[in-house]
Structure formats: structure tokens, C-alpha cells
Write a protein that binds this ligand. Structure first.
Ligand code: HEM
Length: 139
């Protein structure tokens, strides 16, 4: 069971962070030649799909992550491992919050979407830090 949960956690992380990297490094820098109308239409379609992928990834990371805490850390005393795990989870929650602000179809979040590239860069940087802490914890 724990190998399956680890596989789900790592796969969700790969798809979630990979989707952010694709948007940030490949798609957004490549659509400048489109007319404003084409640009908006493409981004609306892409962000709607990105939304579904993201919400599924957040759900899988939270459930598999909590399972792994229960199976690997629950009995562990409060020491540096727990401290790093807490930092990781707080950073992960910021990544989740930013991706929800960019994908939830609520008008109040339009001002965040207006600075999509900046927020995606922040979320991507934080996600890379989360992976670094995870690799450290793994070690
Ligand atoms: C942006 C979100 C996240 C990313 C990119 C991420 C990524 C990863 C990666 C790459 C690993 C190492 C895989 C392995 O070798 O086992 C890992 C392990 C782990 N993650 Fe996450 N994770 C995220 C969110 C979370 C959350 C929200 C939780 C808890 C609620 C969590 C709990 C854990 C635990 C307990 C481990 C096992 C650490 C160990 O090896 O001892 N993760 N995560």
C-alpha cells in the first residue's frame, strides 16, 4: 500500500509541477503572435483544463501526503524532520492557494489572473523548494 501511495504522491507532483512548467516556460512565451481575441480564447481553454488537472493534483497530494505522514512520521518526536515537513506543507499550501486563485472561475480572482505569469512563477519557485525539501527528507 505505501508504495502505491508513494507512486500516487510522486505522480501527482510530477503532473502538477510539470503543468506549471509547461505553462510558464513553453506556452505563455509562445502565444505573443496571436491576436488579442485568439490569445484570450486559447488561455481561457487552457486554464480551464489546467484547473481540472490542478484540483485533482491538490486532492491527490493532500490525501497521499497525509497518509504518508500517518504511516511514517506520526510516532516520530518533534525534531528537525517534523520541522522540515511542516515547512514543506506550509509552502505546498501556498502553491495550492496560488493555483486555486488562478483557476477557480470566480470574478473576484480576476486581478490575480491579470498577473498570471508573476503568480505562476512564484508558485513554480515554491514547488521547486517543496521538492528540494522532500528530497532532503527522503535522504
Ligand atoms: C506542491 C506540493 C507537493 C509536492 C511537489 C510534493 C512532492 C513530494 C516528493 C517529490 C516527495 C518524495 C517522494 C518520495 O521519495 O517518497 C514527497 C514526499 C512526501 N510528501 Fe510531498 N509533495 C507535495 C505536497 C505534500 C503535502 C501537502 C503533504 C502532506 C499533507 C506531503 C507529504 C509528504 C510526505 C510525508 C512525504 C514522504 C517524505 C519521506 O520520504 O519521508 N507532500 N513529496
Amino acid at each position: 500500500m505505501s508504495v502505491l501511495v508513494q507512486w500516487i504522491h510522486v505522480t501527482a507532483a510530477v503532473i502538477g509541477v510539470g503543468a506549471m512548467a509547461f505553462l510558464l516556460v513553453i506556452l505563455l512565451p509562445s502565444v505573443g503572435f496571436l491576436t488579442a481575441e485568439q490569445h484570450d480564447r486559447l488561455l481561457r481553454l487552457v486554464m480551464r483544463r489546467f484547473g481540472w488537472v490542478n484540483w485533482s493534483v491538490i486532492l491527490l497530494l493532500l490525501t497521499s501526503g497525509l497518509y504518508r505522514i500517518r504511516s511514517r512520521y506520526w510516532e516520530a518526536p518533534w525534531a528537525s524532520t517534523w520541522k522540515w515537513l511542516t515547512v514543506k506543507i506550509v509552502l505546498a499550501l501556498f502553491v495550492f492557494a496560488i493555483s486555486l486563485l488562478l483557476t477557480l472561475p470566480l470574478k473576484i480572482f480576476d486581478r490575480f489572473r491579470a498577473r498570471r505569469q508573476m503568480w505562476l512563477s512564484i508558485a513554480f519557485g515554491l514547488a521547486l523548494a517543496v521538492i528540494l525539501i522532500s528530497a532532503y527528507l527522503r535522504g
